[in-house]
Design a protein around this ligand. Structure first.
Ligand SMILES: Cc1cc2nc3c(=O)[nH]c(=O)nc-3n(C[C@H](O)[C@H](O)[C@H](O)COP(=O)(O)OP(=O)(O)OC[C@H]3O[C@@H](n4cnc5c(N)ncnc54)[C@H](O)[C@@H]3O)c2cc1C
Length: 522
């Protein structure tokens, strides 16, 4: 007779898969249930435009996964199951309206020389930041990789105190509270250098003036220079495919087209899940939900902790994203030809423009000049397109989940179905300004609106790509709710994972790995 799994996991995002792999490696029998037709959540790849052109549906940059504790521990086994990376020494650049550009490459002398092109003082500062990075990185990654319960935080605080002294620890805490603009204004003089770094805050919802956002521009700049960027060979789904194979090889299972509509509990203890077709799947030790906080509240109903229930229901999401996938006859002819080498080219001309864009999207307006992140994955991995052709991955940041109007006053639509085409045209118009002739090279395109992102994956509420704002009140010990940042819930044997739980969004598999270690005891 088949026995119940030890753990049933709702949703096959990469956090669930990492959690399942770790538990399976510790002898747990795991079963994952995913509502979509394929696993991966925000990490999947397909031919969304034309045959032979492979596009990453959402995440493209896998540096967080490559550098994660989960990958470090499982690298050999994942490689056995097909995981392969495509690294690049030229992670990102920004291009500016005056035709100038700044690129960060994994060649320190070259990058510093580029910074010097904008300011001698900034080049000196860059050198200092580079020299200090190994020590700083140890402390910052120590915080970002730590569990967030009182015990772990006390032990982390003590470790940091011993390493950095009281002053150094308080400086680090102060830095973690800073907004991108506060840190960039304090650190650099050139507006081009500041804007190049500030663009990274816009990958989350850290517009230049949001407290707590400085760490993202800092880390992406320094880590990009130190390590480059990592993409998936053939597509980002190399990681999820390998994890599914690892789970299956260890006796676990991943079930797709299996929407979970309820969590079963008795006497304050979760014991199973209900699928849309009414099937009950019971779990011996744990029910793990990789869903948005509001969705978790719906699956459980009220718990014994009303404050927790209220937090889940009022959990705040970041503005949405629109994706434009392009099959290309050739790469864009950027105003500077060197830009053809970079994995990402940001069109984010100034901190003021980024602040305005964020405010517009938060107010429900289609921004007049959204930030464009132009991913050029075929520069790094030509296997994703027929010979000589390319794909582009355009992220349009930011876009309102619910449209109330248009900041430019051109578009009266308030539904995404009608707004998609004109807003995509606005984004392509911006690209055309920096790389004239790009439109003429487009062979096929697929627009994915915030509404479509959420329809595909309900965790991306309103197209929020990181399942919840990472502003300070929802980060660290507060993600998703104070007292529950370690994935526990008020219901025994029910655990929460995924981007809504500390350490949050991105492909670093942090929430899934920390939870698996907690459950397995190591
Ligand atoms: C457009 C976009 C671009 C991004 N780019 C990058 C990038 O380049 N680099 C990076 O590091 N990060 C990027 N991110 C963020 C990153 O991809 C996500 O934070 C991360 O993949 C989230 O993983 P997860 O495991 O938490 O959940 P998800 O990937 O969101 O998966 C959750 C899964 O649960 C399933 N599910 C939900 N409810 C149910 C239910 N009731 N029953 C069954 N299944 C359910 C969903 O269908 C989904 O498959 C991007 C995200 C988006 C959307």
């Amino acid at each position: 007779m088949a026995t119940n799994p030890d753990a049933v996991i709702i949703g096959a995002g990469h956090n669930s898969l990492a959690c399942a792999c770790h538990l399976a490696a510790r002898g747990w029998k795991v079963a994952v249930y995913e509502q979509a037709g394929e696993p991966g959540g925000a990490v999947k790849t397909g031919a969304y435009t034309l045959p032979g052109f492979r596009h990453d549906w959402a995440a493209m940059n896998l540096s967080m996964f490559a550098g994660s504790a989960f990958h470090t521990e499982n690298a050999a086994e994942l490689a056995k199951y097909g995981l392969a990376f495509a690294p690049t020494a030229n992670p990102f650049a920004s291009v500016f309206p005056d035709g100038r550009w700044l690129g960060i490459s994994n060649d320190h002398a070259l990058t510093t020389a580029r910074v010097r092109g904008f300011s001698d003082a900034d080049a000196q500062t860059w050198q200092q930041l580079t020299d200090d990075f190994p020590a700083q990185a140890e402390s910052i990654f120590g915080v970002l990789g730590s569990a967030m319960n009182l015990r772990a935080v006390s032990s982390l605080g003590w470790k940091l105190w011993r390493k950095n002294g009281g002053g150094g620890t308080l400086d680090l805490a102060g830095f973690l509270m800073m907004s991108p603009r506060a840190w960039l204004d304090e650190t650099f003089t050139s507006e081009h250098v500041k804007a190049t770094l500030a663009a990274w805050g816009m990958h989350l919802d850290f517009a230049p003036d949001i407290a707590g956002g400085a760490v993202f521009p800092y880390l992406e700049a320094m880590a990009g220079q130190a390590f480059g960027m990592v993409l998936g060979q053939g597509g980002a789904n190399t990681i999820t495919n390998a994890m599914v194979r690892m789970i299956e090889a260890r006796g676990g299972s991943v079930h797709c087209d299996a929407n979970v509509t309820g969590i079963k509990e008795a006497a304050g203890r979760a014991f199973g899940i209900i699928l849309a077709d009414g099937t009950l799947v019971e779990a011996e030790k744990a029910v793990i939900a990789n869903v948005s906080p509001a969705a978790l509240a719906k699956l459980t109903g009220d718990t014994s902790d009303t404050k927790y229930d209220q937090k889940l229901r009022s959990f705040q999401h970041a503005p949405g994203t629109m994706m434009i996938h392009l099959a290309m006859d050739a790469l864009p002819d950027w105003s500077a030809p060197e830009l053809k080498r970079f994995a990402y080219v940001h069109m984010a001309p100034s901190m003021d423009q980024m602040a305005r864009t964020y405010a517009q999207a938060k107010a429900g307006l289609l921004p007049d000049e959204p930030v464009i992140v132009c991913g050029q994955p075929t520069v790094v991995d030509p296997s994703r397109a027929p010979e000589g052709k390319h794909v582009l991955w355009l992220q349009v940041r930011m876009a309102p989940g619910q449209i109330k109007g248009d900041a430019k006053g051109e578009n009266a639509a308030t539904d995404w179905e009608s707004a998609a085409e004109p807003f995509a045209n606005r984004a392509l118009g911006i690209l055309e300004r920096y790389a004239p002739g790009t439109r003429a090279k487009i062979l096929g395109q697929h627009i994915v609106t915030p509404t479509m992102l959420e329809a595909d994956n309900p965790n991306l509420v309103g197209g929020d790509q990181v399942c919840g704002s990472h502003h300070l009140h929802q980060h660290f010990m507060n993600r998703p709710a104070r007292g529950y940042a370690d994935g526990t819930t008020p219901i025994r044997n029910l655990y929460h994972t995924g981007a809504a739980v500390w350490p949050g969004g991105g492909t670093g598999a942090g929430p899934g790995t920390l939870l698996a270690k907690k459950l397995a005891g190591n």
